[in-house]
Design a protein around this ligand. Structure first.
Ligand code: NAP
Length: 488
């Protein structure tokens, strides 16, 4: 991890106990850090369910934000988010407020934790882009029955996370970086990560690189996980495959993580608040203990980090004390008993499972200009007007053709959820009341003026309910939009 802190001073860390099993986890980490003697001044602050209940819609109160702005380092428990309704995730809010753009999620085989993969030497890291993609959380009901979530991927976001993945590989002496995307389907969004990866990889010739489609990545992770070293991927993909990689090494109780940004770093277990175990003193604190180890490395406390990591490994290796999530140990030790064992093992060294030699990660320096990418030539070829209508595709098409008859724009096609339905293709499509109506300039050399677009929109609005408009750009000669299924 990056070390921006000197060795001697007392480090200030914002501590967020979190929801559900969170307090049990973070207290375990505090105990072990205190036992190892690292001087940390904890600033305890709240976020999550308790804050939502106070009526603060973001789930993150100003005093928590203020503390993080000062300390720049957070150890947190998981935060609960209602599923499918209600407030936004306080967890995602924290990551986005402080631009922690890279989520580092290591998965390494542990001694004494039997899994179907034991002995195969799994030792990989998922580097998940952490603030963009569908997690921008920009959602709209476009018709009463059709919802939309915008998948926003920026060149800048891709560059930061790809560079972070390569720098992590360098710092940890890793040899191979995979980039996992769905760029075969989402050519512009997921494709942006792939293209950025291919460009940035030129600067790291000593590191082996490979692009892999995310679904095959999931397949290969289950089939032959030891082939992976570092995997960089988009937010949603990374969320899912990092739970998968956690399961490969024993489950979420063993999976730590770091959310890294240029200003702030937030350390937490990959797991959530596991509400059914809250207050029962049964959960496995290993994930949060190893998150604290990552935090100590970030703070420059390499010796303390190695001491705690060894103590965790020795405790697992001894196999005397194991929590109930370890397969075959349903009547496992309590969280407190396991933590006691780790404390008593501080100072012992794991022989079987050497701790990796770490160097500080160099965080990428990417220009802070908002428009990182400049074009030499750009023009607008047409416009997609999204319309809500209960007409048939034929009736809607004929209506729009008539509306555009006098316009420099002509109706090229209509698609329904991405499939062209007008002009008819013979496809058997179960349409909904959400239509993308693509108009293009009759002259292929012109640039669409806003006045032309707005005049057409006004005429469409007289007859149909429109809800959304997208220009169709051409950037440096390349189409800046994709075609519908079935469109020429
Ligand atoms: P979860 O809390 O991670 O729990 C899923 C399952 O993983 C548990 O039922 C348990 O499996 C196992 N597990 C998790 N942590 C464990 C531990 N420390 N020791 C042993 N086993 C552990 O996922 P969820 O139930 O989907 O989410 C619950 C809430 O947490 C939701 O509100 C969600 O939004 C939130 N969440 C927060 C974060 C975060 O703050 N970073 C991350 C993810 C989810 P078994 O049932 O097999 O025992």
């Amino acid at each position: 991890m990056n070390s921006a802190f000197s060795d001697s001073e007392t480090k200030r860390v914002t501590l967020i106990p979190g929801d559900g099993v969170g307090p049990e986890c973070v207290r375990a980490a505090q105990r072990v850090i205190q036992a190892v003697g690292t001087p940390i001044a904890w600033e305890e602050r709240q976020a999550g369910a308790v804050v939502f209940r106070q009526g603060i819609a973001s789930g993150v109160p100003p005093e928590t934000i203020e503390s993080i702005r000062k300390t720049r380092v957070v150890l947190k428990g998981p935060l609960e988010t209602p599923v499918g309704f209600g407030e936004k995730s306080a967890n995602v809010t924290l990551r986005k407020l402080f631009e922690t753009y890279g989520n580092i999620r290591p998965a390494r085989e542990f001694p004494g934790v039997p899994t179907p993969y034991s002995g195969r030497g799994i030792d990989l890291v998922v580097v998940r882009e952490n603030v963009e993609d569908l997690y921008a959380g920009i959602e709209h009901m476009q018709t009463p029955g059709v919802a939309q979530c915008l998948k926003l991927i920026s060149r800048k976001g891709c560059e930061k996370v790809v560079r972070l993945a390569f720098e992590l590989a360098v710092a940890e002496g890793r040899r191979r970086v995979h980039c996992a995307t769905k760029s075969n389907i989402m050519k512009l969004t997921e494709g942006m990560l792939k293209r950025t990866f291919e460009e940035v990889s030129q600067e790291y010739p000593h590191i082996e690189t490979q692009h892999i489609i995310i679904d095959n990545c999931a397949h290969q992770l289950v089939k032959k996980p030891e082939q992976f070293d570092v995997i960089v991927t988009t937010n949603m993909n990374g969320d899912i495959i990092s739970d998968l990689t956690s399961a490969l090494i024993g489950g979420l109780g063993f999976a730590p993580s770091a959310n890294l940004g240029n200003e702030v770093a937030i350390f937490e277990a990959v797991h959530g608040s596991a509400p059914k175990y809250a207050g029962k003193n049964v959960i496995n604190p290993t994930a949060v203990l190893l998150s604290a180890v990552m935090m100590l490395r970030h703070l420059g406390e390499f010796q303390a980090a190695a001491t705690i990591e060894h103590a965790v490994l020795v405790t697992l290796e001894d196999a005397q004390v194991r929590t109930g999530d370890v397969v075959g140990y349903d009547q496992g030790a309590s969280t407190t008993t396991f933590t006691d064992a780790v404390v008593s093992n501080l100072g012992r060294t794991s022989e079987w499972h050497p701790v990796r030699a770490y160097k500080p990660v160099t965080l990428p320096q990417v220009h802070s200009l908002p428009d990182l990418v400049k074009t030499r030539a750009r023009r607008v070829l047409g416009v997609d007007i999204f319309v809500e209508s209960s007409l048939s595709s034929d009736a809607l098409g004929q209506s729009l053709e008539a509306i555009a008859a006098e316009s420099p724009l002509k109706l090229k096609m209509i698609s329904n959820r991405g499939t062209m339905v007008y002009p008819a293709t013979g496809a058997i499509t179960d349409c909904v009341d959400h239509w993308r109506c693509r108009f293009v300039l009759r002259s292929s050399t012109e640039d669409l003026a806003d006045s032309v677009l707005l005049a057409l929109l006004q005429r469409v609005a007289c007859r149909h309910r429109w809800m959304h408009v997208e220009k169709l750009p051409e950037l440096d000669g390349s189409l800046g939009f994709t075609k519908a299924q079935g469109e020429d």
